[in-house]
Write a protein that binds this ligand. Structure first.
Ligand SMILES: C[S@@+](CC[C@H](N)C(=O)[O-])C[C@H]1O[C@@H](n2cnc3c(N)ncnc32)[C@H](O)[C@@H]1O
Length: 212
């Protein structure tokens, strides 16, 4: 009830994104897309930070990439990584239809492999891929993120399982363990300042500290 009320306050997106969200909810083969509260946080952070280069890990069908493109300065660029060919192909079509083919580059591949060869200088990273791999991606993300840059990690509370042992279902034990390790790391890493925000499925908002 409370969540419905908060969601009802979130401004309506473009017709294109509204339709893509509706389709994503109906289409079983699509991956889940970002929750509305988290989406609003992303938009707010983009307005604040005005990043020139954005990296997304986990494109799905391109919803969050298009949302970010809608809310970035004219000359900004987005690179988004997706390992599942079917999703990457649909994302490329959606991005073309939204008119952002010059602004958003979809790289099809396993993120751990793509991150290795990407060059640095990102101001904003949205991490929204396999939750059990976040800890594995972190060293490359740290290399790629500019000082003062933002890392937003989604689903870090993972349906309440990360906080509450009683909610952990057997087949998710390893993911939950790894997410807890990830949270320990980003909370205590001296190069990051992190706040955990319990909206949506839980997000961690981290800033890469400027060198002293
Ligand atoms: C939750 S969905 C992303 C939703 C998208 N960010 C949005 O809000 O519109 C996660 C996506 O990440 C992809 N993915 C998961 N693990 C990955 C990995 N290791 N490398 C690349 N893509 C990955 C999945 O195939 C899936 O399409």
């Amino acid at each position: 009830m409370e969540k419905d009320f908060l969601d009802s306050l979130i401004p309506k997106r473009s017709d294109f994104l509204t339709e893509l969200r509706r389709k994503s909810a109906l289409e079983e083969s699509y991956a889940p897309i970002v929750q509305k509260e988290t989406e609003q946080l992303i938009v707010t952070l983009l307005k604040l930070k005005k990043p020139k280069r954005v990296l997304e890990i986990g494109t799905a069908v391109g919803y969050s990439a298009i949302l970010m493109a809608d809310n970035l300065p004219e000359d900004s660029q987005i690179i988004t990584i997706e390992r599942y060919k079917k999703h990457a192909d649909i994302a490329v079509d959606n991005i073309f239809e939204a008119g952002y083919e010059k602004k958003i580059r979809v790289i099809e591949g396993e993120a751990a492999e793509v991150l290795c060869w990407l060059d640095g200088g990102f101001d904003f990273v949205f991490l929204d891929a396999a939750k059990g791999q976040y800890i594995e991606f972190l060293p490359d993300i740290m290399r790629l993120l500019n000082p003062g840059g933002i890392l937003l990690s989604d689903n870090i509370l993972y349906k309440g399982m990360v906080e509450d042992e009683e909610k952990v279902v057997h087949r998710k034990v390893t993911i939950v363990k790894r997410l807890r390790m990830y949270l320990e790391e980003i909370m205590n890493n001296p190069s990051l300042t992190t706040s955990i925000i319990p909206i949506g499925d839980g997000v961690a908002l981290s800033v890469k500290n400027e060198r002293k």
